[in-house]
Structure formats: structure tokens, C-alpha cells
Design a protein around this ligand. Structure first.
Ligand SMILES: N[C@@H](CCC(=O)N[C@@H](CS)C(=O)NCC(=O)O)C(=O)O
Length: 212
């Protein structure tokens, strides 16, 4: 274990600001109270060293001493294991947190990301493709709704699973997609009211604004 360094882009256009995935990592680091620093990699001119850390040329990645980790889910799992609070210690709680961590990325984000891309590109008129992805997302939200109506956090206490699930649902909320799902909406609201989220969000916005 060594110094924690989070690397994100030096700049991104306005549209993704506040939603770039380094926010998940910042949020977890703030919740855990782990010291870290942020470094930048060029957004426009991605060099070989970037691909050496992140094979798809994306952001973020985290280094912990001589360990370099890409994929926000893998990074949060690493931080959960380093933190006393973000991953339950008992086998049942840990297993629940891991289930929901993968569900956020592999069941919900799988539906929310294409849906959001349709929204970003304004292609939400009646078409077979839009109806397919809209229906796919709504089916996922319909199953998340009773889960979130029955509990405050996914794995008992607030965990890395909540950071990922909330960040995935936040993108849907950006386009008012949670309006018919009050428990999902309330879950996003109570998680994003946490001081660690506010700090992470403000820091990301300031980071990109400095490069304008
Ligand atoms: N599955 C990756 C996705 C990373 C990702 O999509 N990063 C975006 C920023 S939020 C990115 O680098 N976009 C630029 C690109 O794909 O070229 C993760 O969760 O870390």
C-alpha cells in the first residue's frame, strides 16, 4: 500500500462534467477519509502511457504504490477493502455489497448507458431502437423500485455498492428518468446529500473548470 493517486482527464467538454467516472472514485476516497491526490492525463492527445494504465484510453485509473488499477468497479472494490467503512466485514454483508456492486455495473448501467446515449443525442422519438432501450431501462428500474423502497442502503450500511448504483442512477435522473420511480429517486437524493458526494462533485467541477 502506498500513496493513492487518482488520474482523470485534464479537461472534458461541458456535457459530461459532474458525471465523469473519476467522481465515483473521489466519492469513495472522501467517504473513506483516505488521503489522495489527483493527476491529469490529456483528453485530446492520449499517449501510450495512458493506454498502459487504461487499455481503452479511458478515465479513471488509480495507483496505490506500485499497483495500478483501471475500471471504476475494480477501483472501488480495492478502496472498499482498504477502508473500515465502505465494505461490510461480515461474510453476508460483504457478499451482498459485491452482488449489488456487480448489479449496478452489469445489470443497471448496462441499461442506463445506452438509454442515456439516446437522450444525449436527442433520439428519443418513437423508433424501434429507442423503444427497445427505453423498455430495457424501465424493466430494470421497476425491479430496483421495491428493493429501494424496503431499505436505506443496498447492503445494510452505506457501501461501495451504493456509490456505484447511485452514480449509475444519477445519469438517468439527469434526464428525469426516475420520475415514475419514487424510491429510486429518494435513494439518489439521500446519497447525493452526503457531504462526501458534495465534495467529490465540487472537486471534479473545479478540476475541469481550471483547464478551460
Ligand atoms: N467501464 C469503465 C468506463 C470508463 C469510461 O467510460 N470513462 C469515460 C469517462 S466517464 C471515458 O474515458 N470516456 C472517453 C472515452 O471513452 O474515450 C469504468 O467504469 O471505469
Amino acid at each position: 500500500m502506498g500513496d493513492l493517486i487518482l488520474t482523470t482527464f485534464d479537461w472534458v467538454p461541458e456535457m459530461p462534467r459532474g458525471y465523469v467516472r473519476d467522481l465515483r472514485v473521489r466519492w469513495a476516497l472522501e467517504e473513506a477519509g483516505l488521503p489522495y491526490r489527483v493527476e491529469s492525463t490529456p483528453f485530446r492527445d492520449r499517449k501510450a502511457v495512458h493506454f498502459a494504465h487504461q487499455p481503452f484510453g479511458q478515465a479513471p485509473w488509480l495507483t496505490d504504490g506500485d499497483l495500478s488499477i483501471f475500471e471504476s468497479g475494480a477501483i472501488l472494490l480495492h478502496l472498499g477493502e482498504r477502508s473500515d467503512t465502505l465494505l461490510p466485514g461480515d461474510p453476508r454483508g460483504r457478499s451482498e455489497a459485491l452482488e449489488w456492486l456487480f448489479a449496478a455495473l452489469n445489470s443497471v448501467e448496462m441499461a442506463s448507458l445506452p438509454w442515456s446515449l439516446f437522450q444525449f443525442s436527442g433520439n428519443t422519438g418513437d423508433s424501434p431502437a429507442w423503444n427497445l432501450f427505453d423498455g430495457f431501462l424501465k424493466a430494470r428500474l421497476a425491479h430496483m423500485e421495491p428493493v429501494l423502497a424496503g431499505r436505506e442502503w443496498l447492503a445494510g450500511t452505506f457501501s461501495i455498492a451504493d456509490i456505484l448504483m447511485v452514480d449509475v442512477l444519477r445519469l438517468v435522473d439527469r434526464f428525469d428518468g426516475l420520475a415514475d420511480y419514487p424510491a429510486c429517486d429518494a435513494y439518489v437524493a439521500r446519497a447525493t446529500a452526503r457531504p462526501a458526494f458534495a465534495k467529490a462533485h465540487a472537486d471534479q467541477m473545479a478540476h475541469f473548470a481550471r483547464a478551460d
